[in-house]
Design a binder for this molecule. Structure first.
Ligand SMILES: C[S@@+](CC[C@H](N)C(=O)[O-])C[C@H]1O[C@@H](n2cnc3c(N)ncnc32)[C@H](O)[C@@H]1O
Length: 237
């Protein structure tokens, strides 16, 4: 079955993945002020397309000087993208439950970002369930969750339905107006389907006058015009 494509498993990737998007709307539901995003891609689509997809969503919302959270920093690739978006006046809070992941993320940021462009970065080695205590106010523009386990790492150390929904619950109030939360769920490993299902249940129960949620899923297994997809998403906001 396509869920277990050998090539992707050799690479250590957890496929397929799903993303969603939630929007926070104002009381009259006319102007959207913030949202959460999740997405999904078919296992036969290349990873660069998934990366491009998130890049397009993030870069249309995150501005230089913003404060953002990478709630599962892993090897640091998402943190690197976020750090480049927020720039030297911005702030990145990078979290992972594994010390090794924190080291990897810090090393990647140091090697890839010119010191003059380096944002203020704080690393937290803890479960993202406890991240809210590191954020004083509702100033966060983007919170990224790239769920599952560390590629090529210990697959037993992975996010779960409980830890993810606990973390969401505590961090939702920290999002600023026009902020986004981006969740990428993988369902090809034990607990992945349950985690996606719990996340969907959780976001479906958010108050409709305050939040709007979009679930994105790739249907095509061949390359297509990604940016028309992004335009479609923007119009749906
Ligand atoms: C798919 S990887 C993240 C990939 C990463 N964003 C990147 O760009 O390389 C998932 C990460 O979640 C971390 N993780 C698992 N449970 C966690 C938890 N409760 N709190 C924070 N991080 C957790 C794992 O250690 C792993 O590094």
């Amino acid at each position: 079955m396509w869920l277990k494509e050998p090539f992707h498993w050799q690479l250590g990737w957890l496929l397929p993945l799903d993303c969603f998007r939630l929007h926070r709307v104002n009381m009259r539901g006319i102007k959207k002020s913030s949202y959460i995003c999740c997405a999904s891609y078919h296992s036969k689509l290349s990873l660069c397309q998934q990366k491009d997809f998130l890049d397009a969503v993030w870069s249309s919302h995150v501005q230089p000087g913003d404060s953002c959270i990478d709630a599962t920093c892993g090897k640091g690739r998402d943190s690197l993208r976020i750090a480049k978006l927020v720039g030297p006046k911005g702030f990145l809070l990078a979290c992972d439950i594994q010390t090794y992941a924190i080291y990897q993320t810090e090393a990647l940021l140091r090697s890839e970002i010119d010191p003059s462009q380096y944002p203020r970065v704080e690393f937290v080695c803890n479960s993202h369930e406890f991240l809210s205590k590191y954020v004083k106010d509702n100033s966060i523009r983007l919170i990224s969750y790239n769920l599952g386990y560390l590629p090529n790492g210990d697959r037993q150390i992975r996010t779960t339905a409980r830890t993810t929904t606990n973390s969401l619950e505590s961090l939702l109030p920290k999002l600023c107006h026009s902020g986004i939360i981006s969740l990428v769920c993988y369902v090809g490993h034990p607990g992945g389907l349950e985690e996606r299902s719990e996340v969907l249940n959780y976001v479906a129960k958010l108050p409709k006058d305050t939040w709007s949620v979009t679930y994105h899923e790739w249907y095509l297994s061949i390359p297509f015009n990604l940016y028309s997809r992004i335009d479609y998403m923007s119009h749906s906001l």
